[in-house]
Design a protein around this ligand. Structure first.
Ligand SMILES: Nc1ncnc2c1ncn2[C@@H]1O[C@H](COP(=O)(O)OP(=O)(O)OP(=O)(O)O)[C@@H](O)[C@H]1O
Length: 701
């Protein structure tokens, strides 16, 4: 209390020096407290630029002021200055461990150093947990080093109090940076999470310090989410990790267990043999800080480097990609949605995405300015993302980058939302029981500006099991929810006499161009936000009628609808797969490819339905042909004179009917998978580019 009194709470009493750090929400300056003649750091948060409300921000400051532990960064005082909140803190001359790594240790620290740093971090975490706080943003960027080698855990921007109610846990609408450090249970938001989420982040941070970057840091956030949920937990298992001791690997493995209840507490972890090698603060000074340029200089150098990266856009492609990839590996630009870099990222992903990527990205780029215009026309404060829900389906998960292919489900499963079995055990149990992962994946994730929204219970489709005919293995509703799949079954019946149009009245594509009058299951697009809910819940209702509307906000996430004015949001047809899955466009059997003229007249929000309808038309055509071929070979169709000759021929030369049917349908399924994959990729690209737009706009603003 005494200490707080002595730091003045007027900006005039501080002299700001150079910028030493920049986070998502704040800039940090070295400064001098004039009356005390003491160097301090001042973190300046602009309320207006941050989504957080005042109470959240000031709570961060309050938490920091109340902190009293050598390994947790406290605040001396905080005060409002115009639109800004100033938080006065001790100056940590070494900067963050991330900073240090970027400047001098791009491949990470050696093990003794890591043990020395992490032991201090654990002490800080133990203190926070003991006092009922979850830090929620443990990462190298938030481990600060002072001039004497002291280690402090900083940045309470997203910390939550364990004893808070759900409401008070709502500290931020958006999650920060990449979700590389985020525990699976935090991503899922199924059963909430506790301080063990910090232990997961601690394990990821250990990997980050060992390699110079966090696992998956080269991937875009959505992929990181999927990979964290889908893949086995990361560890020190690469060839290059051989230099690390077994106890280090074991310590990390203990932290990175998907079941939070099986992770050790910070206190317990402190007793792990790995930390026996930890040295004193002096070791940090000698080994790391000595010879390091000042923080301001390093910060400037890193900024220059990033600007260079931007300038490299003018370089030849090959060189540019090489550098971009290297920089990604070093973790310099984890949150980079530059189109070119996206391509570079994609090239790092060992799947067949890039075949889709290149051409689709270019195409999507054409749409971007339209999206931009659209965004401008949207009601103030509405983000395109807010109105578009992205669903990740198994096709995304089934891309080649996922190690755990055995857990993949049918690529036509479009309806499943992200949900993950809480432990590896349950995964293997599910597999052993022959369950497909679609049982495991149920929740939705939405990007909300920088953030992720999590939609609970995301099923969205009538429970009409679709069965494939004949020799094709029967797939249940869960495996066969995509409209494309239902198209294939529909078209088979259509070939038996039903008109396609009769089946396809749900969407008038022409009306959809303006994005305002698509009729979808009797619901007009004007009412789409609600329709989305209702169409979603129409199926949802089967499972869970009592659940509150989608989108809540919890901590860094949103999980209920209360914060989103859905009525104001743009009809989310652009990326609303749940919607699109229920529509079959009114198309002739021969749909023309999307011509340049046609695309130039498209409004942004009709892009997706158009693409989707083209896809469906192709599938319809293909399935129709298949169906007819099948029936021809079976001799079912009314036979004209000409064809009767053929059939006579067929009688003398019996067709390998079953083989033909099967192989044709297999080919059809393959194609269907590819097309679905294309859609998913397109959706994702659109979202990435929208995010880039948003980021650029924010920067310009
Ligand atoms: N007390 C301090 N002394 C020196 N440098 C600091 C201090 N606090 C923060 N920094 C530097 O400023 C950077 C940004 O600060 P901080 O993490 O608090 O901002 P933020 O907007 O909350 O960031 P993010 O949310 O992205 O982690 C840090 O990564 C660190 O390099």
């Amino acid at each position: 209390m005494m200490e707080r009194m002595k730091y003045p709470i007027r900006s005039e009493e501080y002299e700001l020096y150079e910028l030493v750090g920049q986070g998502v929400s704040a800039s940090v300056y070295r400064a001098r407290c004039i009356p005390l003649d003491e160097v301090v750091a001042i973190k300046i948060l602009d309320f207006e630029r941050n989504n957080s409300d005042l109470s959240n921000i000031s709570r961060e400051a309050q938490t920091m002021i109340l902190i009293d532990h050598p390994n947790v960064l406290k605040a001396h005082c905080s005060f409002v200055n115009g639109h800004d909140l100033w938080i006065v803190m001790p100056y940590m001359a070494g900067g963050s461990c991330l900073h240090i790594m970027k400047s001098a240790y791009p491949d990470g620290f050696e093990e003794v150093m890591i043990a020395t740093i992490l032991r201090e971090v654990l002490k800080g975490l133990d203190y926070l947990h003991h006092h009922g706080h979850i830090h929620r943003d443990v990462k190298a960027g938030n481990i600060l080093v002072d001039a004497r080698g002291g280690i402090k855990l900083g940045d309470f921007g997203v910390s939550a109090c364990l004893f808070d109610s759900g409401d008070r846990q709502r500290t931020r609408n958006t999650f920060v940076g990449t979700p590389c450090w985020m525990a699976p249970e935090v991503m899922e938001q199924l059963h909430g999470y506790d301080f063990k989420a910090d232990i997961w982040s601690f394990g990821i941070t250990a990997l980050e310090l060992a390699r110079g970057h966090a696992p998956f840091s080269k991937y875009p956030p959505m992929k990181v989410l999927l990979m964290t949920l889908q893949n086995a937990p990361p560890g020190l298992d690469y060839e290059r990790d051989r230099k690390f001791s077994r106890s280090f690997k074991q310590m990390i493995a203990m932290c990175l267990v998907k079941d939070p209840s099986r992770r050790p507490s910070a206190k317990k972890l402190l007793k792990h043999p790995f930390f026996k090698q930890a040295r004193s603060q002096d070791y940090i000074v000698r080994k790391i800080l000595e010879g390091l340029p000042t923080l301001g200089v390093r910060h400037q150098a890193l900024k220059d480097k990033e600007e260079d990266l931007v300038a490299q856009k003018k370089m030849p492609d090959g060189k540019k990609e090489e550098i971009s990839q290297n920089e990604y590996k070093k973790g310099i630009s984890c949150w980079n949605f530059d189109i070119e870099d996206l391509k570079a990222q994609a090239s790092l992903i060992p799947d067949n995405e890039d075949t889709v990527l290149g051409k689709d990205l270019d195409r999507c780029q054409d749409y971007l300015f339209k999206l931009d215009n659209l965004q401008d026309k949207m009601p103030e404060g509405t983000n395109f993302f807010t109105s578009c829900s992205l669903k990740y389906d198994d096709d995304m998960e089934s891309d080649g980058m996922l190690h755990d292919k055995s857990s993949l489900v049918s690529s036509s499963t479009q309806t499943t939302y992200l949900q993950r079995a809480r432990s590896n055990e349950s995964e293997s149990e599910a597999k052993a029981a022959g369950k497909s992962d679609q049982n495991v994946l149920q929740n939705g994730l939405q990007f909300h500006g920088n953030g992720v929204e999590h939609c609970s219970s995301g099923s969205y489709e009538p429970d009409n099991n679709v069965k494939h005919v004949d020799n094709v293995p029967v797939q249940t509703h869960h495996e066969q929810k995509s409209s494309t799949s239902s198209c294939s079954s529909d078209i088979l019946s259509s070939a038996k006499g039903e008109s396609l149009n009769q089946q396809s009245q749900l969407l008038n594509l022409e009306n959809c161009n303006g994005g305002v009058s698509c009729t979808v299951n009797d619901t007009t697009v004007e009412a789409m936000p609600k329709a989305t809910k209702s169409s979603v819940s129409s199926a949802d209702d089967l499972d869970d009628k009592s659940k509150p509307p989608l989108v809540q906000q919890r901590g860094r996430f949103k999980v209920t609808s209360e914060d989103v004015d859905l009525d104001k949001a743009l009809p989310p047809i652009g990326l609303q797969k749940s919607l699109s899955l229920q529509v079959i466009p009114q198309l002739s059997m021969t749909s023309a490819p999307l011509s340049v003229d046609a695309t130039s007249n498209l409004s942004a929000c009709s892009i997706y339905p158009q693409l989707h309808s083209i896809l469906q038309a192709n599938i319809i055509e293909r399935d129709n042909i298949l169906s007819m071929m099948k029936q021809l070979s079976a001799g079912d169709l009314p036979i004209s004179d000409a064809s009767s000759n053929h059939s006579t021929e067929g009688a003398s030369l019996p067709l390998p009917k079953i083989i033909t049917e099967k192989s044709l349908l297999e080919v059809a399924h393959e194609r269907e998978k590819e097309l679905i994959q294309d859609i998913t990729d397109l959706q994702w690209r659109l979202i990435c580019m929208q995010e880039e737009l948003r980021r650029l706009k924010a920067r310009n603003a």
